[in-house]
Design a protein around this ligand. Sequence first.
Ligand code: EPU
Length: 417
Amino acid sequence: MKLLEITGGKKLTGEIKISGAKNSAVALIPAAILSDEEVTIYNVPDITDTEALSEILLYLGADVKREKESMIISSKNLENKKIPNSYAKKLRASYYFMGALLGKYKKVEMSLPGGCSIGARPINLHLKGFEALGAKVTSKNNCYKVEAEELKGAAIYLDFASVGATINIMLAAVRAKGKTIIDNAAKEPEIVNIATLLNNMGAKIRGAGTSSIEIIGVDYLGKCFHEVIPDRIEAGTYVILGAAMGDNLKVSGIIPEHIEALTSKLEEMGVPLEIGPDYIIVSRGDHYKPVHVRTQTYPGFATDLQQPFTPLLTCCDGNSVIEETIYENRFNHIPYLNQMGADIRIKNQTATIIAPTNLVGCDVVATDLRAGAALVIASLMAEGITKITNVEYILRGYEEIVEKLRNVGAKIEIREI
Ligand code: EPU
């Protein structure tokens, strides 16, 4: 187990360079197996979630090389084996092997995926999509078997614009016969990034990034080189941190349009921001107005940024409100923020942040990835020392977090306990 020890109260200045997007990379890596030729994915973040996927690739017999920021995957000798629970449970995104293996071999067998406990997170929409393409789904002891004699394009309407279901259905449909249309598809930038990889490999996908995606199945997918987009959630996390503790903190290598819902909230609060073509410079302002935030699918305010945003609201001149509409259980960071001196009251899916309050360091636990990010921000804001345990959750999604924060002046140590 790892522990983070953070001494708060220091102004942060300098530059933080953003890594490749976790939620893109974790889909691009399984997508690469759809090709029999070499696929090079550039800007893959070095985080435990991408490591876990490369272990699954190796287990299936793929050849995986890591060269600097690139992952080079060759699936010529892949074997379509059942993916055991010990691999699948390590991360949510292991389920992208369902769509990719189904597309490639018309059959896949694997256990339910793992991931952060932030709600029920069923995969019914993924399975309904596979069924619409002609697959038969059976399950026994949490293990799913999905198989089809032939995958046939279909018109699929998603009851909810699920990121995972949209990507998984695309992965299977690129190798189906004929045309598939996914309506009410998710519009997140990661969807566009995955569709671009598949198109570079020879797929025919149109409309990614809108709510209607059209996929014409092809027989063969080939070699390609592809770049992972910058991580908008990592970028948003550090911009929020800059609003709390920054002194001209530059968050660079980003696509600012991807976090517009966040930056317009910050502007509404009165946060001094300079938004450049691929960077944002942010400083702590004198007085912040309280705000009302409602999480929504893209381009709305990202649920993944709701947790890191919460500690910032403790320094507003008045009470703010956060409504979480995507997950049923994404307030696990709040009891720990309250332990640090915040006054946040939860009622159903709404949190009211009574402010201003001062945060003081104490011992806390990261219950999931973004709850962990929220506690890192709170610790850097707080007076005194905070010790965070369960740091493994944070390392799933933030590349070199300790080094990046130290480089801008944070006092932060990581150690094994
Ligand atoms: N849902 C269903 N049925 C389904 C699929 C989803 O009911 O078959 C529900 C979920 O239970 C949830 C909502 O739909 O309430 C949204 O789920 P979605 O499928 O969009 O999310 P996901 O694909 O499981 C990805 C990211 C999450 C991010 C969400 C929303 C990955 C690996 N994960 O999850 O990222 O919160 O989209 O943007 O891409 C994180 O990075 O911390 C994280 C949790």
